[in-house]
Design a protein around this ligand. Structure first.
Ligand SMILES: CCCCC/C=C/CC(=O)SCCNC(=O)CCNC(=O)[C@H](O)C(C)(C)COP(=O)(O)OP(=O)(O)OC[C@H]1O[C@@H](n2cnc3c(N)ncnc32)[C@H](O)[C@@H]1OP(=O)(O)O
Length: 365
């Protein structure tokens, strides 16, 4: 959470040092390192001392923490130190332990998704439950922004999930509604560009990206699972890619990744013939990593993710990038081609009839 900048005097800073000594509970190594780093930065400025040897673990951890503060000003470091001590004191007096489990912080500026960070995990949650989390243009843009930020923030892993009953019902069909005949070509061109950028963010995401599929998933939300590193699903989830039913064609690199994941014969059933999979089938076909009973889904999955997110962050990131690197160029080429084909599909009578049918309440999946 961002706090307003309030100048902190030298006297407040010294008082915070005294208060820290009164803490009854050990605040945990992570917090102690943060305090050490902020203290050094506040009193000596940016870290200029030579990096300790790899095997000098304690000194190296302290040096890394200090060095990670970069050019943070001494005033700001003093302020952050004072705030951290004050939050530790309040947490202790409220009977809470404030160790390696910081509070959840909510990222501002999003309307269609909720983005939070806690326990080294940035969670991006589709948040239009009354529309089954259908992805409108604003949501595509917000997810792009959230992924770009999550790729750079301090979190170790990122999670994508849905709020409410659905994971998501896929593309919001209103994205095609109310378009004047003269604007159709522009709608298709802009849509293809947005889609290409959106899928690219998944291809390039630099850290482990985990899908927590809390309920039914449709269309693009299913194809993107092939670009996630782990997929956990509730046994209530289903997986449906009704592209031909909608007069459309596969996206999210599924035309390339699904045959690799599940074999061509099974990919054809999903991508050509609209076969809807249960969670158990999706797991047997390799699209889902593990299925959990719905009653214990959230508890079991988040406990597991919390443990994963405490693993060394950089090691996870480089390993993920290694696993993806050989395919990246290919995936971008597939994404471009899929978007080109879709651009044409969106102008086809087959697609337009399917959309009209949905809005006339004649067809639902
Ligand atoms: C930049 C563009 C990129 C494009 C990328 C392309 C991607 C391809 C795809 O994702 S294809 C998949 C598209 N999705 C669908 O076709 C799903 C359509 N929805 C349904 O079939 C049904 O709504 C349902 C099966 C998901 C749920 O049915 P149910 O009866 O349980 O609930 P309702 O239909 O009453 O839903 C509640 C309201 O939400 C609206 N809604 C749900 N999903 C969508 C959607 N995808 N698009 C638009 N609107 C959706 C639904 O219309 C209801 O609204 P209402 O209360 O006003 O009637």
């Amino acid at each position: 959470m961002t706090t307003a900048t309030m100048p902190v005097s030298q006297k407040d800073f010294e008082k915070a040092q005294e208060q820290l000594k009164l803490l009854k509970k050990d605040p945990g190594n992570e917090t102690k390192l943060k305090l050490y780093a902020l203290f050094k930065q506040a009193t000596e400025g940016p870290c200029n001392s030579p990096k300790p040897g790899m095997l000098d673990f304690v000194k190296k951890a302290k040096w890394d923490a200090w060095n990670s503060l970069g050019n943070l000003s001494q005033d700001n470091a003093r302020q952050k130190y004072t705030e951290l001590v004050s939050s530790l004191i309040s947490a202790e007096s409220a009977g809470q332990t404030k160790d390696a489990s910081p509070e959840e912080s909510r990222h501002d500026d999003y309307e269609t998704i909720i983005v939070t960070t806690k326990n080294n995990i940035t969670k991006i949650m589709f948040n239009r439950p009354e529309r089954k989390n259908a992805i409108n243009h604003q949501m595509y843009r917000e997810i792009i922004k959230a992924l770009q930020e999550a790729g750079k923030d301090d979190s170790t892993i990122a999670v994508i999930t849905g709020n409410g009953e659905y994971y998501t019902s896929g593309n919001d069909l209103n994205n095609f509604a109310n378009v004047q005949p003269n604007d159709m070509e522009k709608m298709a061109k802009d849509g293809a560009e947005l889609l290409k950028e959106f899928v690219s963010c998944f291809i390039d995401f630099p850290k482990p990206l985990i899908a927590v599929v809390n309920g039914p998933a449709i269309g693009i939300s299913v194809t993107l699972l092939g670009l996630c590193d782990i997929v956990y699903a509730s046994d209530r989830a289903t997986f449906h890619t009704p592209f031909s039913q909608l007069g459309q064609s596969p996206e999210g690199c599924s035309s390339y990744l699904f045959p690799k994941i599940m074999g061509l014969a099974k990919a054809n059933e999903m991508l050509l013939f609209n076969k809807k999979l249960t969670a158990a089938e999706a797991c047997a076909w390799g699209l889902v990593t593990e299925v959990f009973p719905d009653g214990t889904f959230q508890k079991e999955v988040w406990e597991r993710l919390k443990a994963y997110a405490s693993l060394p962050k950089n090691s996870l990131a480089v390993s993920k990038q290694l696993l993806r690197s050989m395919e990246k160029e290919k995936l971008h080429a597939v994404n471009s081609q899929e978007c080109e084909v879709l651009k044409e599909r969106w102008l086809s009578d087959e697609c337009l009839n399917a959309i009209v049918s949905f809005f006339q309440r004649k067809s639902k999946l």
